[in-house]
Design a protein around this ligand. Structure first.
Ligand code: AMP
Ligand code: MN
Ligand code: MN
Ligand code: MN
Length: 279
């Protein structure tokens, strides 16, 4: 029997990925992925083309999304797996976040202008096309025009929290986002739990709220997890009886550290989230 390989978190040009949905699926196939979830930020626009390609390649595509949420004045990313991309309440919910994204992009561009960096909004709008505008687009713009010399530099100097072009944003409420996912038949999963830099007590508070709202999973393994981060994620997943997910968070072939399907195995002490998928 052929090996089964899951990658349940990645991005296409529908949000801040470098490759169109079709090419993401082709690349996943080339890297041995057998079940892929495309999880663009706050949009389902890439799923139709991804599904067509996946069907041609006999790859199992899980319709997914990564929702931007606010809880206790902090930003969290919640992955929805196996959502119904046509669910009216979900679509209405993400429409609200999409409007917020455009308004925020204008404010970021305005702050950059005050830093003598003109033209950012037009540039990111053109780069994003019909897709979501994200801070990745701003970072690309700053890098291309030599205002910074790396993507990380763009976040360190301008776009990161409390930097000069940072815009504090009210995203979807955590409870609402989880409801949109579960109400459409999906499974809500905490994305990259170690990236929020929470203390253990804040993590417990957050996971308590996440569970109460109907959340069921946590990304235990991501494309950039080190063994210590995996250990800590397992600890919380077990404590809160969350199913474990694995996702590379692939955005671009230019990032040599993150590749589709390149993931540490899910530890055996964790119930895999794919057990919850209907067979
Ligand atoms: P947004 O949702 O618009 O705030 O953009 C967040 C996205 O920016 C994330 O999904 C990442 O793809 C990207 N990002 C955040 N921090 C960094 C960083 N330090 N370096 C590169 N990309 C980053
Ligand atoms: Mn991203
Ligand atoms: Mn994320
Ligand atoms: Mn992501």
């Amino acid at each position: 029997m052929d090996e089964i390989k899951y990658d349940l978190h990645c991005h296409s040009t529908a949000s801040d990925g470098a490759l169109p949905p079709t090419e993401v699926v082709l690349r996943a196939k080339e890297h041995g992925v057998t079940t892929l979830a495309l999880t663009d930020h706050d949009t389902v626009a890439g799923l139709e083309n991804a599904k067509k390609t996946a069907d041609e390649l006999a790859l199992n595509l899980i319709p997914g999304i990564e929702l931007s949420c606010s809880w206790s004045k902090k930003t969290f990313h919640i992955i929805g797996l196996n959502i119904d991309p046509n669910n009216a309440e979900l679509l209405e919910g993400i429409h609200g976040i999409q409007t917020t994204r455009i308004e925020r992009a204008k404010k970021i561009a305005h702050k950059l202008e005050k830093n003598k960096i003109p033209g950012a909004f037009d540039a990111v709008q053109q780069a994003a096309g019909s897709g979501m505008i994200t801070r990745t687009h701003f970072a690309d713009f700053l890098l291309k025009n030599n205002y910074v010399n790396s993507m990380q530099g763009a976040f360190d100097h301008y776009l990161g929290q409390s930097k000069s072009a940072f815009v504090s944003t009210q995203w979807a409420e955590l409870d609402d986002a989880i409801h949109w996912i579960t109400n459409s038949g999906g499974i809500a999963v905490v994305a990259h739990p170690m990236r929020y830099k929470l203390t253990a007590s804040w993590m417990r508070r957050f996971l308590t709220a996440f569970k109460e709202a109907g959340g069921q999973g946590m990304e235990v393994v991501t494309g950039r997890s080190n063994p210590d981060e995996i250990r800590r994620a397992i600890h919380f997943a077990r404590q809160f009886e969350l199913h474990g997910s694995v996702g590379s968070d692939f955005h671009t072939p230019k990032n040599k550290w993150v590749e589709l399907g390149r993931l540490a195995p899910l530890p055996p002490s964790i119930h895999p989230v794919w057990r919850l998928f209907p067979s």
